[in-house]
Design a protein around this ligand. Structure first.
Ligand code: ADP
Ligand code: ZN
Length: 219
């Protein structure tokens, strides 16, 4: 059973690449960002707590996130369902909690895959990113969104996420560097890290990831 963590800055394309792996290996993808946005849309207690942090580009507390993940990973384990975590862990305490919950479940992480994209490229991508209201697919329009453009996956309406506006992007980048980038060294020291170059077209990057999985015999 595959248990995968995807690492990469905001806008690194990890959510989209997760969809490729999901199809290929029959995994489920757990995007913590999508999960929190759904809670906000439902106006649930969790959504209310998360909203102000998310709109500023700050992180939701470790305690909340770890509690959610504990339930969900246990549930996947019970079903024998392989999974991809997109957006978790995002801090070293979250990574420690993840490895300890897997330990308690008697299993190990298959790998932590880093999609490595230079910072300038991340900022450029995020500022042109549009998201589908219905299926969360994203699309980049560097020259502005053409009038009437809709989601290529499902025909849903496209919107620009509150946290994809310029000042928030810069804040998210600094939150990423401070809290999440240390996870690269963390997983590298545990010999759990794999890295692919995240520069190039979507197909080039997914090609690199699938080659890596074949080579490392991850399946
Ligand atoms: P990105 O495009 O930056 O990867 P996500 O959709 O993964 O964005 O997450 C959006 C926001 O949701 C984050 O900026 C943060 O506020 C919150 N969030 C998502 N996952 C986590 C997590 N594991 N820990 C804390 N906050 C999180
Ligand atoms: Zn869609």
């Amino acid at each position: 059973m595959i248990r995968l963590v995807l690492l990469g800055g905001p806008g690194s394309g990890k959510g989209t690449q997760a969809d490729v792996l999901k199809k290929k290996y029959a995994l489920v993808k757990l995007s913590t960002g999508d999960l929190l946005r759904q809670e906000i849309a439902k106006n649930s207690e969790l959504g209310k707590q998360a909203k102000s942090f998310m709109n500023k580009g700050e992180l939701v507390s470790d305690a909340i996130m770890i509690g959610i993940l504990e339930h969900i990973t246990a549930d996947f384990e019970a079903k024998g369902q392989g999974y991809i975590l997109d957006g978790f862990p995002r801090t070293v305490p979250q990574a420690e909690a993840l490895l300890s919950m897997l330990g308690k479940q008697g299993v190990t992480l298959s790998t932590a895959l880093l999609i490595d994209v230079p910072e300038e490229e991340l900022v450029r991508r995020l500022s042109s990113r549009w998201t589908c209201v219905r299926c969360s697919a994203t699309v980049g329009y560097p020259d502005g969104k053409p009038e009437g453009a809709v989601c290529a996956q499902c025909g849903g309406e496209l919107y620009q996420r509150e946290d994809d506006k310029r000042e928030t992007i810069l804040n998210r980048m600094s939150v990423y560097k401070k809290n999440t980038e240390p996870l690269i060294a963390y997983f590298r020291e545990k010999k759990m890290l794999e890295r692919v170059d995240g520069f190039g077209t979507f197909e080039e990057i997914s090609g690199r990831i699938l080659d890596l999985f074949a080579k490392k015999n991850i399946r």
